[in-house]
Design a protein around this ligand. Structure first.
Ligand code: XIL
Length: 390
């Protein structure tokens, strides 16, 4: 028996074991979630049912994030799909249970929105079989039922989503489904109904381009006026969620974003980045501009986008610069599941991980910014022999 070889083998096994334990520890310590925790900033992601069930996806979902937003599972169309009173809470329940099992909080999304409404509701309104009073009751019931079901388990609720026009100047959209049918009073009512059902949950207004992303601040001005008015009326609103869907073809000024987030905070509100992603036009293989999102494509030029990393960073830094910014959430973390190619023709590459679940420079940028967030180590002083004039 060759003891020497055996000993060497045992030693290398130990080293290997040591290395893997160290790697595991460093992965956990350097996760976005752990780094954010050091500065009381929760890092979140939108999660789909697959993110909870697939072993690799669910590992990232739980290791990297401390807040989850159901990507679709709490929307009205999903929870009450076929007819009034017949609910399907499976997806929403699974998400809340998963989050709690992994010590993550939940952002409920979203109670009042013109999109992803059940057909029975929109059809009924269109054909006149649901009148105004009934529609109001249905909305009241919807909010009460959903918020009560998860009472005490939701950290922030997106009560209202995307109610402002994209015009300049912007305003509460008179053509919005809810405004058109129930009038602007529905805004305050929705917050009051949600508050009655769960007095502890933070209640948010959520929208895109409301923190200077459009450069003009037109939509910020409208959002600010609206929430200022709600605060003045003592409506129970607690926070403003800025979605943060950026597109490299437009400008982005992180200083303006910081100022705008600070302005909302000056009203006594919390703020959050709720749906961050940074999309761009991607390489195409055909005249239809079909983006390359095939699971085998990891072309570096396709996935490693320095400008996108920079803009992700800019949004995170804006949030870090405002004490009242309580969470930074990305709208999904990997390119294989992203909503972007389906919603924006020819665009993609919007997420932190590529289609093979490798972290991209967009991920590393956030990680590095979070690791510096507690304050750069002291670099001056007497002991330091480095002179600026050297
Ligand atoms: C998107 C989802 O990501 C898609 O899966 C779905 O088909 C449509 O909705 N703003 C929002 C989110 O507030 O709810 C949207 O989510 C993306 C834009």
């Amino acid at each position: 028996m060759n003891f020497r070889l055996m000993a060497a083998g045992a030693a290398s096994a130990l080293i290997l074991a040591g290395a893997s334990i160290a790697d595991e520890a460093s992965t956990t310590l350097s996760s976005l979630r752990a780094l954010g925790a050091r500065v009381q900033l929760r890092i979140g992601t939108a999660a789909s049912p697959l993110d909870l069930s697939d072993p690799t996806l669910s590992q990232i979902t739980s290791e990297q994030f401390s807040v989850l937003t159901p990507e679709n599972e709490m929307k009205w169309q999903v929870v009450e799909p076929q007819m009034p009173g017949v609910f399907n809470w499976t997806g929403a329940d699974n998400l809340v249970n998963f989050a709690e099992a992994h010590r993550e909080r939940v952002r409920g999304h979203t109670l009042v929105w013109h999109n992803q409404l059940p057909n029975w509701l929109t059809q009924g309104v269109n054909d006149g079989s649901i009148n105004e009073a009934q529609l109001r009751d249905l909305l009241h019931n919807h909010i009460t039922t959903e918020v009560s079901r998860y009472r005490g388990r939701i950290w922030q609720w997106d009560v209202l989503n995307e109610m402002l026009t994209d015009s300049n100047p912007s305003q509460i959209n008179p053509k919005d489904f809810w405004i058109a049918h129930l009038g602007p009073g529905v805004i305050a009512d929705a917050f009051r109904w949600a508050h009655a059902a769960d007095p502890e949950a933070l209640l948010c207004y959520n929208d895109y381009n409301i923190a200077g992303e459009d450069g003009s601040n037109a939509k910020f001005n409208a959002a600010f006026a609206m929430v200022q008015n709600l605060v003045a009326q003592k409506v129970p609103i607690d926070c403003v969620g800025d979605q943060g869907h950026l597109d490299l073809q437009f400008g982005f000024n992180p200083i303006l974003m910081t100022q705008d987030l600070r302005a909302y905070a000056s009203l006594g509100l919390k703020v959050a980045i709720t749906e961050a992603d940074v999309r761009t036009f991607v390489e195409t293989t055909d005249n239809n501009q079909t983006p390359i999102v095939s699971p085998t494509d990891t072309t570096p030029s396709h996935t490693a986008n320095p400008a996108a990393a920079d803009w992700y960073n800019g949004m995170l830094q804006s949030c870090l610069a405002v004490r009242e910014c309580i969470s930074f959430t990305v709208w999904g973390f990997d390119d294989s599941e992203s909503w972007v190619p389906g919603a924006f023709h020819g665009e993609g590459d919007a997420d932190l991980y590529d289609v093979n679940l490798n972290p991209k420079p967009q991920y590393t940028a956030l990680q590095q910014t979070l690791s510096l967030a507690p304050g750069a180590p002291h670099r001056g002083g007497r002991d330091h022999d480095h002179d600026e004039d050297d």
